[in-house]
Design a protein around this ligand. Structure first.
Ligand code: THU
Length: 138
């Protein structure tokens, strides 16, 4: 099925809501993500940190792994918001390299990545723009 009606602002709103659940007692940098599946569902994720720092998972991967566990494997877009918990205004949080590689596992180059400060200020990139040469096993 093709992407139905999910618009960018709705997806950003969902990412902002997800950010409220971030568990970031070490960095205090909270991130929210909202992933839109090809059949129009939204999967939200937040970053979840760990005292053994490297075990931290980013908001984007939380959203992807929730969706894949639910049997979803086709995706249209993800909205990402982030910022230090003390700051009222969010900043553009462009998705780390590890998350981009996870996007590439399931998505084509035209997958939309919406990097938002709020519902009205955001930029839209494609996966091929953010990760031009992803690793693939042939
Ligand atoms: N983080 C994300 O959740 N997504 C990103 O795209 C970049 C970084 C998280 C990981 C860590 O909990 C905190 O932000 C600071 O790096």
């Amino acid at each position: 099925m093709k992407w139905v009606i999910m618009n960018e602002k709705q997806l950003i709103k969902a990412a902002i809501k997800a950010r409220a659940l971030a568990y970031a007692p070490y960095s205090h940098f909270k991130v929210g993500a909202a992933l839109c599946t090809a059949d129009g569902e939204i999967y939200q994720g937040c970053n979840i940190e760990n005292s053994s720092y490297s075990l931290t998972i980013c908001a984007e991967r939380t959203a992807f792994f929730k969706a894949v566990y639910d049997g979803k494997k086709q995706f249209e877009a993800i909205a990402i918001v982030g910022g230090h918990e003390d700051n009222v205004e969010l900043e553009i949080c462009p998705a780390c390299g590890a998350c981009r590689q996870v996007f590439a596992e399931f998505c084509e180059g035209d997958f939309k990545i919406i990097l938002a400060k709020n519902e009205n200020e955001y930029i839209v990139k494609t996966l091929s723009q953010l990760l031009p040469m992803s690793f693939e096993l042939k």
